[in-house]
Design a protein around this ligand. Structure first.
Ligand code: GDR
Length: 328
């Protein structure tokens, strides 16, 4: 019989790549999307258009406990990948309570339903390097204490601790993936890599004349999203559950990304990029870089594609999209 997987947030970058990976590996794939996605289907469902006929889509909210219980009881999935979240790190103060509430409660409802109705189901929680925040050591690994500095990081840390608690206290098979930044042509337009590549494409096509960014010296450990979703699946397919850092171990600055993206279209970024302090973030003193040796050993997983090749792929894709009159 086919294994069944449920992906919350299937229409996002990671959800869509994971759906493709699971389908290719013989799974019956169920995906949860919020009803709002159907208000802007071109934008919000675009990533899953190629697999729409092969997956079973459920319209609802991971933040609705009754709905979640019914969904898990009716599908009885072998694996759940909880990717749905408010995933942008920087937010206005008045948006913060909703982020904490959504990111934490959705995780709680899923875990509580699994425990009550389907305890053999394996659960993946999408943790984040943001949970390390002002980390005490570098590079960070699974033993590095969490010290988040953003509300988003705090909400993810709370979810990860909850998921680990269900593993220890209730014996559920839960894994926390501590993923560092991961990019692709499906990255949302507000994240810095895609903001840069989509703007470079617009500049190259004469639709834009400048690009405003925040701190060009900010550094990140950037990997390739399709490789990172494979790590999620590997985690849930081990003999016992654990937590894993998924990262490249390499730090690069926003300035290097900008330079690379503009050089793809033979332009000098210094003629186009303006620094706007409105995009600066507080509490970014520490550049987080991950040590994924535990995942490399246990999962036989390795980061492969480097960030400059990813950026080249994204610029090429975004130029092609503009030529096809896709609005970016
Ligand atoms: P991040 O990703 O916050 O690390 O979270 P993002 O791409 O938004 O920022 C990366 C770095 O770029 C700097 N930066 C800018 N960022 C944005 N968005 N816009 C700008 O104009 C800009 N200028 C400079 C930022 O300060 C930051 O240092 C991502 C998300 O996917 C999270 O969900 C995930 O958990 C973490 O990665 C790991």
């Amino acid at each position: 019989m086919k294994k069944k997987a449920l992906i919350t947030g299937i229409n996002g970058q990671d959800g869509s790549y994971l759906a493709e990976w699971l389908l290719a590996n013989g799974y019956e794939v169920h995906g949860l999307v919020r009803s709002e996605a159907f208000a802007k289907p071109k934008e919000r469902l675009n990533n899953i258009l190629p697999v729409l006929d092969s997956i079973k889509l459920h319209v609802g909210d991971a933040h609705d406990s009754i709905y979640i219980t019914q969904l898990i009881s009716s599908i009885r999935p072998d694996e759940i990948y909880h990717l749905a979240a408010n995933s942008f790190v920087s937010h206005a103060l008045d948006a913060e309570p909703a982020i904490v509430e959504y990111n934490f409660n959705s995780t709680h409802y899923l875990l509580a339903s699994i425990k009550a109705y389907h305890p053999s189901c394996r659960f993946y929680f999408a943790g984040s390097s943001e949970m390390f925040g002002a980390a005490e050591n570098s590079p960070q690994n699974e033993l590095t204490p969490f010290n988040p500095r953003s509300i988003y990081g705090i909400s993810k840390m709370a979810g990860a601790i909850l998921s680990k608690n269900y593993r220890r206290t209730h014996n559920l098979f839960t894994c926390n993936g501590i993923l560092y930044n991961h990019e692709s042509v499906r990255r949302g337009l507000s994240f810095v890599t895609r903001k840069i590549t989509s703007s470079v494409a617009k500049i190259a096509c004469g639709q834009l004349h400048e690009l405003e960014l925040g701190n060009l010296e900010a550094k990140r450990d950037w990997g390739y999203a399709p490789e990172y979703v494979e790590a999620m699946w590997l985690m849930l397919n081990q003999e016992s559950p654990d937590d894993y850092v998924i990262a490249t171990g390499k730090l690069h600055s926003v300035r290097e990304i900008v330079e690379c993206a503009f050089s793809c279209v033979n332009l000098d970024y210094q003629n186009y990029v303006k620094v706007n302090p409105a995009f600066h973030r507080a509490n970014e003193a520490v550049s987080l870089v991950g040590d994924s040796s535990f995942a490399q050993q246990q999962l036989n997983w390795r980061p492969q594609k480097n960030i400059f090749s990813i950026i080249e792929e994204m610029v090429t894709h975004d130029i092609e999209a503009i030529k096809q009159e896709v609005v970016l």
